[in-house]
Design a protein around this ligand. Structure first.
Ligand code: NAI
Length: 257
């Protein structure tokens, strides 16, 4: 069961766009922001899932929530999603660029070229496209805050996932550069680096693989989507007003080793 907000009005009057929010971490973020009073654009390539989440948010939290079909690999789709958010919710104040895929696990010299392109397109180009269209909308709203979803593979390598690690390292470079470019104009941009989190992204993992992943975390378990959402809420709130251009670990001490 997901948590309700400890700050029920923290985001009241704020319009948020969360990419990849039909499932997993994005879903938890959308719930957390709505619980804090935000109006939320639930944007996902899975339009049916997005509609169902938007309905849930309206019912559970009484905020405005709209479903937006979105493919982050397609700049035109991202442009339309941002425009729809502004049209429907009145502005864009907050964004979480979270949509992402895992891709196959294969040694680098066997990594399929088409899968390399698909993972980079989604996990790296997708964040660039999102920033590219979100930033002008936020500047028009007088400022805002953005969180990009990284991964432990943003700071560490991981055997078998060359494309995922390359894309997620790239997300940190995008985050830092965007923060430098827009810090003086009232937009803060940070990244979250989660350890392995219990979501449908890990659905294909075997029991042995799951046990291996758990063993990588000194906390002795995988993280929950709610634990990542709590960091996103902090980074999007005024409580983090001097936090900018940095990445934030939510990883049960994974990277402390
Ligand atoms: P998930 O598979 O539960 O959710 C991902 C969502 O993104 C889905 O709703 C999917 O439909 C959507 N999506 C996929 N491609 C899209 C596209 N082209 N355009 C728009 N939406 C698209 O996965 P999860 O675990 O919630 O992952 C969310 C983010 O967190 C990803 O960026 C992932 O890399 C990152 N992450 C996940 C970790 C984990 O262990 N689950 C660990 C670290 C980072």
């Amino acid at each position: 069961m997901h948590r309700t907000s400890a700050h029920p009005t923290e985001f009241t009057g704020r319009a948020a766009l969360v990419t990849g929010s039909a499932s997993g971490i994005g879903l938890a973020v959308a719930r957390r922001l709505a619980a804090g009073g935000a109006d939320v654009a639930v944007a996902d390539i899975n339009e049916k899932g997005a509609r169902s989440v938007a309905h849930e948010l309206r019912e559970a939290y009484g905020t405005r929530a709209v479903a937006v079909g979105l493919d982050v690999t397609d700049p035109a789709s991202v442009e339309t999603a941002v425009r729809t958010t502004v049209d429907e919710l009145g502005a864009l104040d907050l964004a979480v660029n979270n949509a992402g895929i895992g891709g196959p696990v294969a040694p680098l010299h066997h990594y399929p070229l088409d899968e390399w392109r698909r993972v980079i397109d989604t996990n790296l180009d997708g964040v660039f496209h999102s920033l590219r269209y979100e930033l002008p909308a936020m500047l028009a709203a007088g400022g805002g805050a953005i969180v990009n979803m990284g991964s432990s593979c943003s700071t560490n390598g991981f055997p078998g996932v060359a494309a995922y690690a390359a894309a997620k390292h790239g997300v940190i470079g995008l985050t830092k550069t965007a923060a430098l470019e827009y810090a003086a104009r009232g937009v803060r941009i940070n990244a979250i680096v989660p350890g392995f989190i219990e979501t449908p992204l890990l659905a294909d993992a075997s029991d042995a693989e799951r046990a291996h992943l758990v063993g990588l975390h000194p906390a002795g378990r995988l993280g929950t989507a709610d634990e990542v959402a709590e960091m996103a809420a902090f980074l999007l709130s005024e409580r983090s007003s001097f936090v900018n251009g940095s990445y934030h670990l939510v990883d049960g001490a994974y990277s402390a080793q």
